[in-house]
Design a protein around this ligand. Structure first.
Ligand SMILES: Cc1cc2nc3c(=O)[nH]c(=O)nc-3n(C[C@H](O)[C@H](O)[C@H](O)COP(=O)(O)OP(=O)(O)OC[C@H]3O[C@@H](n4cnc5c(N)ncnc54)[C@H](O)[C@@H]3O)c2cc1C
Length: 387
C-alpha cells in the first residue's frame, strides 16, 4: 500500500509483531508504549506452531531457535509423578520455549531495524473511530489505521465500548524462572496435575527452567509470592523438592487468568488485537498464537482492501471470530478441568488424560486448535503430518 499510516498503542509481543507485519506490507507505523521501556513480565513462554508461523513469516525464527528451546515432548503427570500421557512435539504441534524478556528484545530489535519508531512513556487514553489515537499528555495522532494492542486492560478498547465482558477469572498462576536443568538431555514440558492445581515445568534456555503454578485464587497459600515451598511440595510429592526451594528464593509473579469477550473487533478505523481483543486463560498455552494469528489476518485485510479500512476490519472479524470463540471456549473448559472439578472426579480425569494423550479438547472440521492457528503459506503446513 502507498502512503498508509498506522498508530499502535502497546509494545507487547502482539503490538510489536503487528508493527512489523504492517511495515512489511508497506505501511508506515509508530508504536506507543506507556512504560519507560519495552519489557515483558511473566518469566517464560511456550510458542506453539501458530505463533511460530507468524515469527517465521517475519524471519525471526532462526534467532528464537538459537536463544530458546525446541521442545521434544509434552508430558502429563499426576501429583506423584506417574506419567499419564507423553506426546512428541513436532510439525503442527511444535512448541518452542523462550524467556519472555529475550523474545521481546528480539522483536524490539527487529522493529528498530525496520525503522519503526517506538515512543515510550506514551500512554494512550482512547481512540476515535475516525482514526485518532488520544494520549494522556493531551495530544492526538491521526492515522489510516489505529491499533489497540494495549493488553487486557486496553484503554483503546474500553474508550470505544468494544468489550462485552472483561473478567479476571477465579483461577490464576504464579510464574518464575529458576536456574535449573534436567540431566537426561530430553527437552520436555512437564504438566503435573493435582486435584485443583497444576504445575508446568519446562526448559526455556540452556540452564534456565520456567515454572508456572496454577491454583484457585481463593487458595491464599498457593497464590502467595515468593512461593511457600513446603506447601507446594505437599501438593506435588512427585516433584523434586529442590525445584520448589529454588522457586521460593526468587520473586515470582502471580496473576489471575484474564478473559475478554469482545462485542466487536473494531470501530471505524480502530482495530483491537492481542489480549485486548481475545485474552483467554492460558490452559492450552495458545494466547500468543491466537493474538498473532488474528493480528496477521487483520494486516492482510487492511492491506488488501486499503481503500475501505472500516469495511476490511468488519470482514476480518467475520473471518476470524468463529475459530477465536471456539479456542476461547475450550481454554475456559480446560481451566475448569484443571481447577474446578469435584475431587472424586480427579481419577476419571487422569484416565481421560491418558486415553486422549494429554487432552487438548476436540477438533473441528478435522483440525486441531494448533492446526487452526497456523497462518500463511510459508507456515510449516508441510510438517503437519508429523504431529
Ligand atoms: C499465566 C499466563 C501464562 C501464559 N502462558 C502463555 C504461553 O505459554 N504461551 C502463549 O502463547 N501465551 C501464553 N499466555 C498468554 C500471552 O502471554 C498473551 O496472550 C500475550 O502476552 C498478549 O500479548 P499482548 O501484546 O496482546 O499484550 P501485553 O503483553 O499485555 O502487552 C500490552 C502492552 O501494552 C502496553 N500498554 C498497556 N496499556 C497501554 C496504554 N494505555 N498506552 C500505551 N501502552 C499501553 C503495556 O505496557 C504492554 O507493553 C499466558 C498468559 C498468562 C496470564
Amino acid at each position: 500500500v502507498a502512503n498508509k499510516h498506522a498508530e499502535i498503542a502497546g509494545a507487547g509481543l502482539v503490538g510489536l509483531s503487528t508493527a512489523l507485519l504492517l511495515s512489511n506490507r508497506g505501511w508506515t507505523v509508530r508504536v506507543h508504549e506507556q512504560s519507560p521501556k519495552v519489557r515483558e513480565i511473566g518469566a517464560g513462554i511456550a510458542l506453539h506452531q501458530g505463533a511460530c508461523s507468524v515469527f517465521e513469516h517475519l524471519g525471526l525464527m532462526p534467532e528464537i531457535f538459537e536463544k530458546g528451546i525446541d521442545l521434544d515432548a509434552s508430558q502429563a503427570l499426576d501429583r506423584t509423578g506417574k506419567v499419564l500421557a507423553d506426546r512428541t512435539l513436532s510439525g503442527a504441534y511444535r512448541q518452542v520455549t523462550i524467556p519472555r524478556q529475550t523474545l521481546i528484545r528480539i522483536l524490539a530489535e527487529a522493529v528498530e531495524a525496520a525503522g519503526i519508531e517506538i515512543k515510550v512513556n506514551s500512554r494512550a487514553l482512547g481512540a476515535r473511530a475516525s482514526g485518532d489515537l488520544l494520549f494522556a499528555n493531551g495530544t492526538t495522532a491521526r492515522a489510516d489505521l489505529v491499533v489497540g494492542a494495549d493488553g487486557f486492560h486496553s484503554a483503546v478498547r474500553d474508550s470505544l465500548n468494544l468489550a462485552r465482558r472483561k473478567v479476571k477469572r477465579s483461577n490464576g498462576a504464579t510464574r518464575a524462572l529458576i536456574e535449573h536443568e534436567k540431566s537426561d538431555g530430553r527437552t520436555v514440558l512437564e504438566e503435573w496435575w493435582g486435584p485443583a492445581n497444576r504445575v508446568g515445568i519446562l526448559p526455556v534456555a540452556p540452564g534456565l527452567t520456567y515454572v508456572y503454578m496454577s491454583s484457585r485464587e481463593s487458595d491464599k497459600r498457593a497464590t502467595r509470592t515468593p512461593i511457600e515451598a513446603a506447601y507446594w511440595s505437599s501438593l506435588f510429592p512427585g516433584i523434586d523438592p529442590v525445584i520448589f526451594e529454588k522457586l521460593s528464593e526468587v520473586e515470582g509473579r502471580h496473576d489471575p487468568y484474564p478473559y475478554v469477550k469482545p462485542r466487536a473487533w473494531s470501530a471505524g478505523r480502530v482495530a483491537i488485537v492481542g489480549d485486548a481483543l481475545n485474552a483467554l486463560p492460558p490452559s492450552l498455552g495458545l494466547g500468543a498464537s491466537l493474538g498473532l494469528r488474528n493480528a496477521r489476518l487483520m494486516v492482510d485485510a487492511v492491506t488488501q482492501y486499503s481503500e475501505d479500512i472500516p469495511a476490511a476490519l468488519q470482514q476480518w472479524e467475520r473471518n476470524g471470530r468463529p475459530d477465536t470463540e471456539w479456542i476461547q471456549r475450550w481454554s475456559l473448559f480446560r481451566e475448569r478441568l484443571s481447577h474446578n472439578l469435584p475431587a472424586p472426579l480427579a481419577t476419571l480425569r487422569s484416565k481421560m488424560l491418558t486415553r486422549s494423550n494429554g487432552f487438548r479438547g476436540w477438533g473441528q472440521r478435522g483440525r486441531s486448535f494448533d492446526e487452526a492457528l497456523i497462518t500463511g503459506r510459508d507456515s510449516g503446513r508441510e510438517g503437519v503430518d508429523a504431529g
